[in-house]
Design a protein around this ligand. Sequence first.
Ligand SMILES: Nc1ncnc2c1ncn2[C@@H]1O[C@H](COP(=O)(O)OP(=O)(O)OP(=O)(O)O)[C@@H](O)[C@H]1O
Ligand SMILES: [Mg+2]
Length: 330
Amino acid sequence: MENVLLKAENLRAYYKLEKVSVKAVDGLSFEIYEDEVVGVVGESGCGKTTLSNVIFMNMVKPLTLVGGKIFLKVNGSFEEISALSRDEVKEKFWGKEMTIIPQSAMNALMPTIKMERYVQHLAESHGLDARELIDKTLQRFKEVGLETSWLKRYPFELSGGMRQRAVIAVSTILNPSLLVADEPTSALDVVNQKVFLKVLMSLKRRGIVKSIILITHDIATVRQIADRMIIMYAGKIVELSPIDELLEKPLHPYTEGLLNSVLTPEPEVKKRGIVTIPGAPPNLIDPPSGCRFHPRCPHMMDVCKEKEPPLVEIEPGRRVACFLYAGERT
Ligand SMILES: Nc1ncnc2c1ncn2[C@@H]1O[C@H](COP(=O)(O)OP(=O)(O)OP(=O)(O)O)[C@@H](O)[C@H]1O
Ligand SMILES: [Mg+2]
């Protein structure tokens, strides 16, 4: 636990609708170490955004934490944030210890509110001196390649790439340990994607943030900066691995299919030939029994329909939830 910043134990969070529940995060256990970038990938609807909300205890109805625990290291000791209410976590930790760039953040900025106003609001909500925080933001703007005059502009006056950089500058202004970015580059062109990833990495290098969780569909993007990857399928983690090993030899049949369906095949993937995943992701109200991937899996066995494969470590640092590896536990 020494280098662990965040620890999740068997997290389960469902959207509780009138008659049914959408099991969007269903039994996730993982840890995020200090000083690392972890990519979270998986098809649309597999629960990535839900997971980010759960990590922040941003439980807004109908999303409900139905089980599990989350611990965050704050000043050297672990706080069980899952034991607190959303408001308590928000007040104590959001912005200061953990921050999120939500999916489509740059489009969520109010067009009629100047960037400066967001900083003033942040200062007010944390009881900080607004002038000092604005000075700090101006400095941060320079560091991420934004002109300081832009703080006095309206979001609609900035391009998408600039807005996204402004969002990250403002959201990390209190030096939070953990930054979660949900699809931060998917609306940007390739040049702005590169710039944005550079900004992310420089924030980490300079110790402004310790660890980053980068959520994306796009493996080509994460591979540029991630140390480890979490592969999600239908509300579950199917594989967790250092990135180089994962690209070299994906273990889970879903990971293999996912890597193969990356639009511009990477050399490692090309080498293996193309095997795409047939079918579509399941409905999370009534997911398949056993392994949720079994109806689409080219290696399906009888046991896969009946039992759920646990996520087990089969090589140091590599975990996979698949009966193909049942005998290989380390
Ligand atoms: N407010 C909601 N009420 C009910 N179901 C929801 C709600 N929000 C999300 N879901 C469902 O929860 C599941 C996971 O959604 P989530 O947004 O976490 O997926 P995602 O992996 O982030 O997808 P994307 O890549 O498209 O952003 C999906 O089946 C989705 O339909
Ligand atoms: Mg999402």
